[in-house]
Design a binder for this molecule. Structure first.
Ligand SMILES: Cc1cc2nc3c(=O)[nH]c(=O)nc-3n(C[C@H](O)[C@H](O)[C@H](O)COP(=O)(O)OP(=O)(O)OC[C@H]3O[C@@H](n4cnc5c(N)ncnc54)[C@H](O)[C@@H]3O)c2cc1C
Length: 387
């Protein structure tokens, strides 16, 4: 959707194709990082975005054995919006769609499923095939169809699976409304729960060893509630809100990236190019940065009808460093923090790094910067036509 907005803004006839009738899917990630809000600022859209209902997170903590350590303080970031915006992804996508629709070159087709690619005799991708048999031709196909991308398969782009030792159950637990929102990770022997403060409810991510979902479900909802309550006693009285397993959504975590993101006529971005772990809540933000980089490199030549195949590799070259770096950090958290905590049977002391962060507020600015601004931050440089 973001790529659609940026290419249409540059005057490139753009069609976004979405298989669902709406964007309403729960727990698809709500974290919009400061770097992403800045991009909306550069587009003159931040004020309108922030006028929509959202929550703000300015600091992130970890609780180990009942002791709380603040690990990231976003209030010192060198940007205008020094907070993480929490907005359900469907509201966010509705906003981007509304903003994109103001550009005459933008079009959106809902309830249209892409099932394959069309190619020229020379093997260049020149369009897509829809489930109803229709074909749509295009100078460039952007595969932004998520981590189960059929287009990257159809294009034969090689993929590297980095492996992820965890899966996640998402659920929400009501809480009294507070003015200050805090997001935290709770670490107890055998249990890790990330809790995102959404003012009047906690959005909780219960982390467990990969493949363990059926075993946890077989133990029953009562046992699951007890496990959550023992790690986070203060929400125990609200856990009845988890009425059935339908209230608990499984995220099968994957961590992968394409070795090659493109071939003539096609470019993969976002989760289709690199599925991220939920650690750090970076997926939306990296996908949007990819869209900005793609538009910066490709929108002007496309608008002028020039050749673009030679430029597709530049998008990958630009984006590979942040993807590699964040995935490497996520793997360190998987193996160095989450794995040992899930395996633990007795409470151990918090790691030294955490204790140091907790003690020294200035140090908390470093994780805030990596998380909030990412690596090799993009800025909108693609042109805008007058409308
Ligand atoms: C449970 C869960 C929790 C998450 N939590 C967070 C979080 O807190 N913060 C964060 O930043 N990220 C989070 N993420 C990751 C984040 O949702 C993704 O990284 C981000 O949405 C990627 O954007 P994308 O546009 O590349 O792909 P997607 O958001 O997956 O969008 C792909 C779109 O393509 C459509 N589509 C797929 N196939 C076809 C087809 N064949 N034809 C037509 N349309 C098609 C899909 O319906 C979908 O709308 C989470 C993901 C999950 C699953």
């Amino acid at each position: 959707m973001m790529a659609g907005l940026l290419f249409a803004r540059a005057g490139v006839e753009t069609l976004v194709i979405e298989k669902h009738a709406d964007f309403l899917r729960d727990f698809r990630g709500d974290t919009v990082h400061p770097s992403t809000i800045e991009l909306f600022d550069e587009l003159g859209l931040a004020e309108a975005l922030l006028a929509r209902t959202h929550d703000r997170v300015t600091d992130i903590s970890a609780s180990v054995g009942g002791r709380r350590y603040r690990v990231a303080d976003l209030t010192h970031l060198p940007v205008r919006h020094k907070f993480m915006m929490m907005m359900p992804q469907w509201h966010f996508l509705d906003f981007v769609r509304d903003a994109a629709s103001r550009w005459p070159a933008f079009a959106l087709r809902m309830e249209s499923e892409v099932v394959g690619l069309t190619e020229t005799a020379g093997g260049r991708v020149d369009g897509v095939r829809l489930a109803d048999g229709e074909t749509i031709s295009a100078d460039l196909v952007i595969a932004a169809d998520g981590r189960g991308s059929i287009l990257r398969e159809a294009a034969g782009l090689p993929r590297k699976d980095l492996g992820a030792p965890i899966d996640v159950f998402w659920f929400r637990v009501p809480k009294p409304r507070t003015s200050h929102n805090e997001t935290m990770g709770r670490f107890a022997p055998g249990t890790v729960i990330a809790m995102i403060d959404r003012s009047d409810y906690w959005q909780c991510a219960f982390v467990f060893a990969k493949g363990g979902a059926d075993r946890i479900r077989a133990e029953g909802l009562g046992a699951f509630r007890t496990r959550v309550a023992s790690a986070v006693p203060e929400i125990a009285e609200h856990l009845d809100a988890i009425g059935t397993w339908d209230d608990v959504k499984l995220l099968s975590v994957s961590l992968d990236r394409l070795i090659r993101w493109h071939r003539p006529g096609l470019l993969a971005i976002g989760d289709a190019a690199h599925a991220m772990s939920p650690v750090g809540g970076v997926g939306i933000n990296l996908a949007i940065q990819d869209a900005v980089a793609a538009a910066n490199i490709l929108a002007a030549p496309l608008a002028q009808g020039g050749p673009i195949d030679g430029l597709l590799g530049k998008v990958q070259a630009r984006r590979m460093l942040p993807v590699r770096t964040i995935q490497a950090l996520q793997r360190i958290v998987h193996t160095g923090v989450l794995g040992p905590t899930l395996d633990a049977t007795v409470q151990t002391e918090a790691p030294l790094a955490l204790r140091m962060l907790g003690r020294c507020p200035r140090l908390q600015r470093i994780p805030a910067r990596v998380l909030g601004l990412g690596i090799r931050r993009e800025h909108v440089r693609s042109p805008a036509i007058n409308v």
